[in-house]
Design a binder for this molecule. Structure first.
Ligand SMILES: [Zn+2]
Length: 612
């Protein structure tokens, strides 16, 4: 934390900064007479200018959205900076050295942020020049060329090269007047084995990472030496700057400095996976592309983006993720049902054919293909449902019914109830089922999906009942031996008849990242203690827990669940007139037959596998 900037300094910076010059970097301003200038407001969407700057008094005001203030307020609001950061930025611009007052709080680091940014900027310039040198840099140039990036592209993104030497950057920055402490704090050098400083990045292609304001705050660096050529080099393929006073990876988005204005104008942001994907997408005309820097897309990134897409007080705009459709992307998509969903209805997913990333897609099919990829985005909810459905063979009724059982609870989890009927229609279309059947399935689980938990386990329930013992056993093996439970997702939603068990099942299904115990204790102490019980209680088999045993109990629980469902269907069928409602009768009957077949299958498997 910085100390306090002296009041005199704040006043000096404010007085010596041309407000129209600063605002003019973001907004095109036209003279409007009387020391006034006008332009399109950067804080809300508008077609005729209502954003006014009073250049003599040093204030701005927008008559459209009401935003206003002095130059410091403008920089804070536009670039989402703290007051101190805004002053530091403006002071840098006019070349003024700020003085800090001693604060009683945590002491100010001896290295100030503007020196760190200066060191990073000098390093970037050094790396850029190195990319054009003979020798090792050749590999870097070839890497770029192979991915469809010419010299102009490399220059646009200031891609550089760290030479294959121990201390080339260190010597260069030293001669430019930077101290060891400054370079070390910036993460540019590290202590070598002999106690002297060496460069952190060597023989790597370098992408400078800028913050939202365009300051160079760190680097991403890709290893060039192949593992075969250099088996001793165990370093990771990509190195990123570790946390520094100016590099906060949880908030940084690569490419955001270039994309910021476009994101605000188009009210769209496209999140891709890596540095080359950002380059490819932006060069292909997807000018709103950004990527995280060596970390997962998290809450802080959402905040940054939300601020840019905030329209007065409401969030409006689209966030599009390009997933390659792999397991990680699918998990992330399914998690969408668990988050607060504030963001979810504006979240979309774009998947390239053959799982190509934007960089590969651009190489294979050109710029238009990358733009098409983004244009073909689908809503996150739809994507997540299709992921679930894709696991089933829809050519047979069993597959369709199982898919329906898995996907129906997801509809119930959509918080915006007005969206649910749409998804019921879509699911009916994807599965080739009647809308009523999908609707019934959704309604059936909707009541159960937020099973209100009994304060204490119901006293009239006999937990020694063989069916409840079975349910408990299945949960135990799932929790204790997850690697043996291959068919967890096949188990019918109705399989757990005891509400606390059903609750635990939902916890297992919905919390992919957070510790399940944390979630359970947040729900209630009873659930937490039941969960920890299940985690430690011995499995009811002598000897080793085998895949065979697990398969048997899962088949058995499915058989029980299917029997229940069949009984329900039978009773429905009795209420349907086979003549008047022939079509509905036929569908229900077919469904029942399919379930019966599935039940028989499970029964045979349960018996076969348990005859150990
Ligand atoms: Zn405005």
């Amino acid at each position: 934390m910085s100390g306090l900037i002296r009041n005199e300094d704040v006043a000096y910076v404010r007085e010596n900064t041309q407000i129209d010059a600063v605002i003019g970097e973001y907004v095109q301003l036209k003279h409007a007479g009387g020391g006034q200038k006008k332009g399109l407001c950067p804080f809300h969407d508008e077609k005729s200018p209502s954003f006014n700057v009073n250049t003599t008094k040093g204030f701005f005001h927008c008559f459209g959205c009401g935003a206003g203030g002095d130059v410091i307020a403008f920089v804070m609001k536009l670039d989402h900076l703290s007051f101190t950061e805004a002053i530091e930025r403006l002071a840098d611009k006019i070349g003024y050295q700020l003085q800090y007052e001693e604060s009683s709080g945590p002491s100010r680091p001896t290295v100030n942020k503007s020196r760190l940014i200066a060191a990073n900027t000098a390093a970037m310039e050094f790396y850029c020049a190195e990319l054009n040198q003979a020798g090792a840099a050749q590999a870097g140039r070839e890497f770029l060329q192979k991915r469809g990036f010419d010299k102009a592209a490399a220059e646009k993104f200031s891609v550089g090269f760290a030479p294959d030497q121990w201390d080339a950057l260190y010597k260069h920055l030293k001669s430019a007047g930077f101290t060891d402490e400054e370079m070390n704090t910036a993460g540019l050098i590290k202590e070598g084995s002999r106690g002297s400083y060496i460069d952190r990045y060597r023989n790597r292609l370098i992408w400078p990472v800028r913050n939202i304001s365009g300051d160079v705050v760190g680097f991403g660096a890709r290893k060039m030496a192949s593992d075969e050529a250099n088996p001793n080099d165990q370093s990771p393929k990509y190195l990123n700057t570790s946390e520094t006073p100016v590099y906060k990876k949880s908030q940084l988005l690569y490419g955001l400095d270039l994309a910021k204005k476009e994101i605000m104008n188009k009210r769209q942001v496209v999140v891709v996976e890596g540095y080359t994907d950002v380059m490819a997408a932006q060069l292909a005309g997807v000018t709103t592309a950004v990527a995280t820097c060596g970390t997962a897309f998290g809450d802080d990134h959402i905040k940054v983006i939300r601020n840019l897409l905030m329209d007065s007080d409401a969030f409006s705009g689209e966030v599009i993720f390009t997933f390659d459709g792999d397991a990680a992307g699918q998990k992330a998509a399914l998690k969408a049902f668990d988050d607060d969903q504030k963001f979810a209805t504006q979240t979309f997913v774009a998947i390239a054919p053959d799982g190509m990333d934007p960089c590969e897609l651009r190489m294979a099919q050109g710029d238009q293909a990358v733009r098409d990829l983004v244009a073909r985005r689908i809503p996150l909810f739809e994507f997540a449902m299709r992921v679930v459905i894709s696991k089933y063979d829809l050519n047979n009724p069993e597959g369709r019914v199982s898919a329906l059982n898995q996907v129906a609870p997801l509809v119930g989890k959509i918080k915006d109830a007005s969206l649910r009927p749409e998804y019921v229609k879509s699911i009916a279309g994807w599965l080739g089922l009647e809308i009523e059947i999908v609707n019934a399935a959704v309604k059936k689980v909707a009541g159960k999906s937020h099973t209100p938990l009994p304060e204490a386990p119901p006293s009239n329930v006999n937990l020694k009942d063989p069916i409840l013992l079975l349910e408990r056993e299945v949960l135990k093996v799932r929790l204790q031996f997850p690697e043996l439970v291959l068919e967890w997702n096949e188990i019918e939603q109705s399989a757990f008849s005891y509400p606390p068990y059903q609750f635990i099942r939902e916890l297992i299904d919905s919390n992919l990242t957070t510790s399940i115990l944390d979630v359970a204790s947040a729900a209630s102490p009873e659930v937490a203690s039941l969960l920890s019980e299940l985690l430690v209680e011995p499995v009811r088999i002598d000897g080793e827990v085998s895949e065979r045993y697990v398969g048997a109990i899962i088949s058995r629980i499915r058989e029980v669940a299917l029997s229940r469902q069949i009984a329900e269907l039978k009773s429905t069928l009795q209420r349907v007139n086979p003549v008047d409602e022939a079509e509905r009768y036929g569908t229900l009957f077919a469904e029942m037959v399919a379930m019966e077949r599935l039940r028989q299958e499970q029964k045979v498997r349960a018996l076969g596998e348990s005859s150990v």
